[in-house]
Design a protein around this ligand. Structure first.
Ligand SMILES: Nc1ncnc2c1ncn2[C@@H]1O[C@H](COP(=O)(O)OP(=O)(O)OP(=O)(O)O)[C@@H](O)[C@H]1O
Length: 346
């Protein structure tokens, strides 16, 4: 188990992690989700004592990382798959790690076997593809047979076969009762892997919820209707007890009733419809709404300009930056998502 309490990291003016508190439990995969720059890697580095917190604590099975004897036997991590000595073979890379952490040599063979690198164990790591490097990084994380595993964006840049393999590996590690903590900036990836979600934005906790609860609250199905007789359609729907929410393109969105029933209702009143379509809100949309106010880097919607940070404009001739927008107040974890549902009139 990993317990994080009031974890904060400031780099000069930048508050990268802002008073995070949550617990990562064993036997499940906990997804750590947030847009680019949200503070995921910084949090993970502090969990592994690679960075000092400005405030707050991290406990690994009740102890600080520094108090762990042979830490690789408690917690294994894949942070940056490229962080290895490229001139060494995969076997020697793992052997060096094993020898400096009191791990028996036999584990090197087992770890190579688990990740499918036995055949290339004698090859130098610098000749490895991205996927092979990722597998070697995972072998290093598994080397000490730790109860806790941490993966930072493990599927980045992998082909579908590699992604499938990592997903299944994480699931089997969790099924063995281990604590699995995995970061991503993709909701779609987490939906396929995680049992629990911790969502952050600009270093703050936005949600701490089970995946099932996230899906239950956000996999909303509804019906879109459009009619040239917009007002009459609204009246007919209201009289039938349905709440119709108008949206920007002139359509109405109606929850809790089927497209078939709505079609019959409209036909019964002689209403012409230009659209009657069942819809399913995507989890990606829910995640984007949840983190919308905390996204630091936006792409321009016009195609002329490059993506730039939303912060002050660069360069000596740049016009003065607009005053900073105050960050949104933190949401109580029990009511996350309420804000965007309110905004959408849901
Ligand atoms: N060593 C550092 N010095 C100064 N600022 C830093 C440092 N490390 C991270 N930051 C800043 O802290 C914020 C959080 O960065 P972090 O890498 O933890 O985010 P992230 O959620 O992992 O992002 P990504 O998904 O893009 O990897 C960013 O604004 C980043 O620029």
């Amino acid at each position: 188990m990993i317990e994080i309490e009031g974890l904060t990291k400031r780099y000069g003016e930048k508050l990268a992690v802002d008073g995070l508190s949550f617990t990562v439990r064993p036997g499940i995969i906990t997804g750590f989700l947030g847009p680019n720059g949200a503070g995921k890697s910084t949090t993970m580095r502090m969990m592994l004592d690679l960075d000092n917190p400005t405030a707050g604590t991290v406990r690994i099975d009740g102890r600080h990382y520094r108090q762990l004897r042979d830490p690789l036997t408690y917690i294994g991590a894949l942070l940056d798959a490229k962080a290895m000595h490229g001139g060494r073979s995969a076997y020697h890379h793992l052997l060096c790690l094993a020898q400096s952490n009191g791990i028996p040599r036999a584990r090197v063979h087992q770890a190579l076997d688990t990740v499918g690198l036995t055949a290339v164990a004698k090859k130098r790591a610098k000749g490895f593809s991205l996927g092979m490097g990722q597998r070697l990084g995972i072998a290093a994380a598994l080397l000490g047979d730790p109860r806790i595993l941490m993966f930072d964006e493990p599927v980045n840049g992998l082909d579908p076969e590699g992604i499938h393999w990592i997903r299944n590996l994480m699931k089997s590690l969790a099924a063995q009762g281990r604590t699995v903590f995995v970061s991503s900036h993709l909701m779609s990836e987490m939906a396929l892997t995680a049992d629990h979600l911790v969502v952050i934005g600009q270093g703050r906790l936005l949600a701490d919820t089970s995946m099932a609860e996230f899906i239950r609250r956000n996999s909303r199905s509804y019906v879109r209707m459009r009619s040239p007789e917009h007002e009459r359609l609204r009246d007919v729907l209201a009289a039938a007890g349905h709440t119709a929410v108008p949206v920007a393109d002139g359509a109405l969105e109606i929850d809790g009733v089927s497209a078939g029933d709505l079609g019959e209702l409209a036909a019964g009143h002689g209403l012409v419809l230009h659209e009657l379509s069942p819809q399913q809100a995507s989890l990606e949309e829910a995640f984007m709404q949840l983190t919308a106010e905390s996204v630091e880097y936006h792409a321009h919607s016009d195609t002329a300009g490059p993506a730039v940070p939303a912060g002050p404009a660069p360069g000596p001739d740049a016009s003065p930056p607009p005053p900073p927008t105050p960050p949104p107040p933190p949401q109580p974890a029990g009511d996350w998502g309420a804000d965007w549902r309110r905004k959408k009139g849901r």
